[in-house]
Design a protein. Structure first.
Length: 699
């Protein structure tokens, strides 16, 4: 096992250096990865076959020890959980940030490290680099395959550690199922959050430490130190987990550590590995310090005062609920207050079984090594929960907590183990009952994502902007695209995403200060924006600058594509030459208007019954522009802007009545082969809406 993680660190060093230069090509990576495989297959062919045979014999023996019904049930439950890795990457953080490096390597063949475009561009997310390289070699986005491998690693190392503890095969299987049943694991499998990789590092580091007391090995020491360095490279809080692993190592060896290193390690190996690990662990922090003046940018910026972020310590106030035992207990019943999930999804074993497991662990006298598992569990767990009461941050030590529960199945009377097994089964059942509440993305069955068509349907449902990004990647790679502030899903773009939300605070501040159409045009020119993506949100719920942008795009934007509620516009060099389709104002009524009781000189009234006011020819139009000024009887209501085409889905927008007089402007694609459109006006939540002016134009 140590060689696996030392190898990961070496590759992380090589790839981390390569990402600074435009040399990141698929063929180069494949060739580099084949070299050690060819060398190992030639030099160690016999030993590899022998080791594989030994592993197969051990696995077969373990399988024989597990009763067939338990094995079958366990395999089914574990497989049910692992299905979620097939889900497409539609998580907010993934689409905004974590997926960005793979498209950059495809387009630029290097990382951009542009903190003005994305404040997390220099953050120590080693998992983003690993994902990008794996995806580049695979030829497609590989988050699902990567997470599947990490989940399997958690299961295998958990079973191996429980076996080392002395837990029988049945108990190993039961506790492996318990770990997999944790609802939070399901939400991590469908995302690129770092906690999944950190949990593997924590498990592996502790497992390697178990051998140090009885049979000290330089390679195990190297493996533990490597896991600690990788923890620091994965996320700043990961450094805390890495420190706890080092403490476990020192506690196992004490003063024998120095003697072991001096007697068994060659100077070349020791100095070389230490240099590699220092670079891997500190590389991102050094880059951040050099580029921003803050080594942990954007965190703790009230201390470092980088000009690229406000002088505040970054944090999400939603999760500052207070560090207390009461809040820990509340997390199991009011989970939605501690993470973006439904209640009762925290993992019931951490309430019912963890205290029992830790108590029995410290009562055990024959093998005190496992007591040291309390160091990462409580050292890291208490530090994270004290800093912020966000449940996901605790996951890196949750599999370790599962190992601590193994003490319930070692050297206990049969009746006690039966009771503990029943309690474990109860926790597993409760976890699975609430499992899909761990993420709103799990409301759809996982099997939908088994086919490419199903994946596209899920992306269209949960992240339609990602499909617009695919369109741009095919037609205009390298484009500069501006995203809506509320859904800045630009990570999969093979180009430059232009964000105007807090991930780009300097641009957000400049954009929100815009107060006229002229300033909007100047801003777009300065940012060299080629495409704009707009949503169908209520104009009254967004800023003045966003409404001005919508008005500008209505005159200068050519609709390229539409997915869900989002429309992609290409900005034209001059205003679009729209032609009149329908017009109405209080002074003159269009000849096509079917007003009923209305007449020229009086407002046109919309009530709660849909009313067709005109049927208009389209003359092969590609898109339309809808502009209306209206006044509502009740400010809590809505005006419904609607056009039903003779072919295709209708245009339908709800516009809020937040002020005395509203002006709404929008564009819409005209369905292909549509010949006519019927204009409807309707009031919602208000008795009537007075239409002052209405213009509908086509291009």
């Amino acid at each position: 096992m140590p060689t696996i993680f030392v190898g990961i660190a070496i590759w992380a060093l090589i790839w981390g250096v390569m990402q600074h230069w435009p040399i990141n090509y698929r063929a180069l990576y494949i060739g580099m990865m084949l070299l050690p495989l060819i060398w190992v297959s030639i030099i160690r062919q016999g030993s590899l076959i022998e080791e594989s045979q030994k592993l197969a014999v051990k696995t077969a023996g373990w399988l024989r020890d597990v009763p067939f019904p338990i094995w079958t049930l366990g395999l089914g439950l574990i497989g049910w959980v692992l299905r979620w890795t097939s889900m497409p990457s539609v998580n907010y953080d993934d689409q905004t940030l974590h997926l960005h490096l793979y498209p950059e390597l495809l387009l630029l063949h290097r990382a951009s490290f542009n903190v003005q475009e994305q404040i997390w561009a220099v953050a120590p997310f080693l998992t983003d680099l690993l994902h990008a390289v794996i995806s580049l070699v695979a030829g497609e986005e590989s988050r699902g395959a990567t997470n599947l491998a990490l989940a399997l690693a958690i299961i295998v190392i958990t079973i191996a550690a429980l076996r080392r503890m002395g837990v029988g095969a049945r108990g190993q299987m039961l506790l492996a199922i318990l770990t997999v049943s944790t609802p939070l694991l399901g939400s991590l499998l469908i995302s690129m959050q770092t906690e999944l990789f950190l949990s593997v590092l924590g498990l592996a580091g502790f497992y390697m430490a178990l051998d140090l007391r009885s049979s000290p090995s330089v390679m195990n020491v190297a493996g533990i130190v490597t896991c600690s360095a990788l923890c620091a490279a994965t996320k700043l809080p990961g450094a805390v987990l890495g420190v706890t692993l080092l403490i476990v190592m020192f506690a196992m060896l004490r003063w024998r550590l120095a003697r072991l290193i001096l007697q068994e390690a060659s100077p070349f190996f020791g100095v070389g590995l230490l240099l590699i690990l220092l670079i891997v662990a500190l590389d991102s922090y050094i880059i951040a310090w050099r580029m921003t003046g803050n080594p942990v940018f954007p965190l703790y910026n009230a201390i470092f005062k980088s000009p690229f972020f406000p002088d505040v310590n970054f944090g999400d106030s939603r999760w500052f609920l207070g560090f207390s035992l009461i809040n820990y207990l509340k997390a199991f019943f009011e989970t939605s207050r501690f993470i973006e999930a439904q209640d009762y999804t925290a993992g019931w074993q951490f309430l019912l079984l963890l205290p029992i497991g830790v108590y029995l662990l410290f009562r055990r006298k024959d093998d005190v090594r496992f007591r040291l598992i309390a160091i990462p569990i409580f050292g890291f767990g208490l530090a994270m929960f004290a800093a912020t009461q966000y449940w996901r941050y605790l996951f890196p030590v949750m599999p370790l907590a599962g190992i601590a529960m193994g003490s319930m199945f070692v050297d206990q009377p049969k009746y006690r183990m039966s009771g503990f097994a029943a309690l474990t089964v109860l926790c597993i059942g409760a976890n699975f009952y609430f499992f899909t509440g761990a993420s709103w993305l799990m409301s759809a069955p996982a099997q939908i994502a088994f086919t490419p068509q199903g994946k596209d349907a899920l992306i269209s449902r949960y992240a339609p902007i990602a499909l617009l990004n695919e369109h741009i990647n095919r037609t205009s790679p390298g484009a500069r695209v501006m995203y809506p502030a509320e859904v800045p899903y630009g990570a999969t773009l093979m180009g430059t995403p232009i964000y105007v939300h807090w991930h780009a605070p300097l641009r957000q501040k400049a954009f929100n200060a815009l107060g006229s159409l002229r300033e909007i045009r100047l801003f777009l020119a300065q940012e060299r924006v080629e495409f704009v993506i707009l949503g169908a949100g209520d104009p009254e719920s967004v800023s003045k600058a966003e409404n001005l942008l919508r008005e500008h795009v209505a005159s200068w934007g050519i609709i390229e594509a539409k997915e869900g509620d989002f429309t992609l516009y290409r900005l034209a060099p001059s205003p679009i030459p729209y032609r009149a389709g329908f017009g109405y104002n209080t002074d003159q009524v269009s000849a096509d208007l079917k007003t009923g009781d209305n007449y020229a000189g009086e407002p046109l009234w919309a009530n709660e019954k849909p009313n067709v006011i005109a049927r208009i020819p389209l003359h092969q139009a590609l898109q339309g522009r809808y502009k209306v000024t209206f006044q509502c009887a009740d400010k809590a209501g809505y005006f419904v802007a609607q056009i039903n085409w003779n072919i295709g889905s209708p245009y339908y927008r709800l516009v809020g009545c937040d002020s005395s007089t509203e002006t709404f402007i929008d564009t819409m694609p005209v369905p292909p082969k549509a010949d006519t459109g019927e204009i409807y006006i309707t009031a919602r939540g208000t008795p009537k809406v007075s239409i002052k002016n209405m213009e509908i134009e086509f291009y």
